[in-house]
Design a protein around this ligand. Structure first.
Ligand code: RFL
Ligand code: PHB
Length: 401
């Protein structure tokens, strides 16, 4: 089979890229290793930046999000029993975030893909990339009936997440990888209960971090900092509620509303960047190229930003044979990605309990929390990053204020 663009992975990056290309008349083929049912029910992100919301709306895929999403103008940060609100709307001149689950974004983008008649193959295996530095980069794989298939492409987009094969296809002597592994994981749960607060709560506590997020008026999402060696069996429902009550507790009358736990999972915490994000005619986008710890709620949003840059650059190529923006793809994306990496590391370091910290380090962490939530300048910086930094589609000169 021949394709202008071969896309590996039907996550937010791959599906949005196909959607943007389709709107510009560029045809693509998507291959995905999991089944449609599985990707449509995997619970992951919840917080969408304004840029992501605008993109879904402008490209006609935002209708369900605008009906079901929740629009939040602030977040609460708790420490030492105190509650401090960051008024993002006020501090950023009117911006906010939207709470809409990643698997609903996936459903919306898959139905847009189906409507457009674009090719998309699920449950593939043995995906291999070859001839990346030629004019005919090729993807080979086994289809769902275990038959070998080949896609000869103009370009390949590696949107196959952190564990996919695309990044590994860049020769090791060209790839530079930066990584930080955190000494804790997140236990995430879904609970059938009404929200205990109108906005997300990020809580620092001597016992460890906790986050109260939401999904619908009936279902809430909570996270707890746990030991990376822990497994789900270590966390009974009673133990989870006991820790959430403790870590979210305040000096006032605030009460946590509990309910049946309907889903649990544990995710490791990592920061990772691959530089460059391209090789020959292969371009990486989203988690295939970079990972952020979820404390800053940036991963899906970064994936959406990458594919906007890539779709624009591919458009230049097909519209007038111009490859300058393709050549600069990695450099343009990485400038913004490093800032999101910094913010995610900052939120993670500030909010988690580092059990080997000295009493001095612990007091510094409390001072950081106090400063971030009581200085207008510091809160404004946090808010500006949380709602999302501006997207630059092309290389901009470094500006100074
Ligand atoms: P994905 O979503 O991992 O999609 C990659 C797809 O590629 C497929 N694949 C393959 N397909 C074909 N052949 C192969 N060999 C393949 N290998 C893999 C996979 O099956 C999959 O379908 O990457 P993408 O598209 O780059 O999107 C990235 C986001 O999913 C991720 O960054 C976010 O979920 C991160 N994240 C959050 N991001 C936010 O912006 N806001 C949040 O609030 C937020 N919260 C979170 C998060 C991630 C979390 N976890 C589970 C890590 C909360 C959590 C707990
Ligand atoms: C979520 O709702 O899944 C969520 C919210 C905020 C985060 C991370 C995840 O920082």
């Amino acid at each position: 089979m021949r394709a202008q663009i071969g896309i590996i992975g039907a996550g937010p990056a791959g599906l949005m890229l196909a959607h943007l290309l389709n709107r510009r008349g560029i045809e693509s083929v998507i291959i995905e290793s999991r089944s449609r049912e599985e990707i449509e029910r995997t619970i992951r992100a919840g917080v969408l930046e304004q840029m992501t919301v605008d993109l879904l709306n402008e490209t006609g895929a935002g209708e369900r999000m605008m009906k079901m999403g929740m629009f939040h103008k602030g977040i609460e940060i708790r420490f030492n029993g105190k509650r401090r609100r960051i008024d993002m709307h006020e501090l950023t001149g009117g911006k906010y975030v939207t709470i809409y689950p990643q698997h609903e974004v996936i459903k919306d983008l898959i139905s847009a893909r189906v409507k457009s008649g674009g090719e998309m193959y699920f449950s593939v295996s043995n995906v291999r990339l070859s001839d990346l530095d030629t004019a005919e980069p090729t993807i080979t794989y086994l289809n769902e009936n275990q038959e070998e298939e080949e896609i000869i492409c103009d370009y390949i987009a590696g949107c196959d997440g952190f564990h996919g094969p695309s990044r590994q296809s860049i020769p090791a002597d060209i790839r530079r990888e930066y990584q930080k592994i955190y000494p804790y994981s997140w236990l995430g749960i879904l609970a059938e209960a009404p929200p205990s607060a109108p906005e997300l709560i990020y809580a620092h506590h001597e016992d460890g971090f906790a986050l109260h997020s939401t999904r619908t008026p009936e279902i809430q999402r909570f996270y707890l900092q746990v030991d990376p060696a822990d497994c789900i069996e270590d966390w009974s429902d009673e133990r989870i509620w006991e820790k959430l009550r403790l870590r979210l507790s305040t000096d006032d009358e605030w009460r946590l509303i509990e309910g049946p736990v309907i889903q649990k999972n544990i995710v490791p915490m990592r920061s990772f960047i691959c530089d460059p994000m391209q090789y020959g005619r292969l371009f990486l986008a989203g988690d295939a190229a970079h990972i952020v710890p979820p404390t800053g709620a940036k991963g899906l949003n970064l994936a959406m930003a990458d594919v906007q840059v890539l779709a624009g650059a591919l458009h230049d190529y097909y519209a007038n044979g111009e490859t300058r923006r393709l050549e600069r793809y990695s450099a343009v994306c990485l400038r913004r990605i490093w800032k999101a990496e910094r913010f995610s590391w900052y939120m993670t370091s500030m909010l988690h309990r580092h059990h080997h910290d000295s009493p001095f380090d612990y007091q510094i962490q409390l001072a950081e929390l106090d400063h971030a939530t009581s200085s207008k300048a510091a809160a404004q910086s946090l808010a500006e990053n949380y709602v999302g930094l501006p997207l630059e589609l092309e290389e901009q000169p470094l500006s100074v204020i």
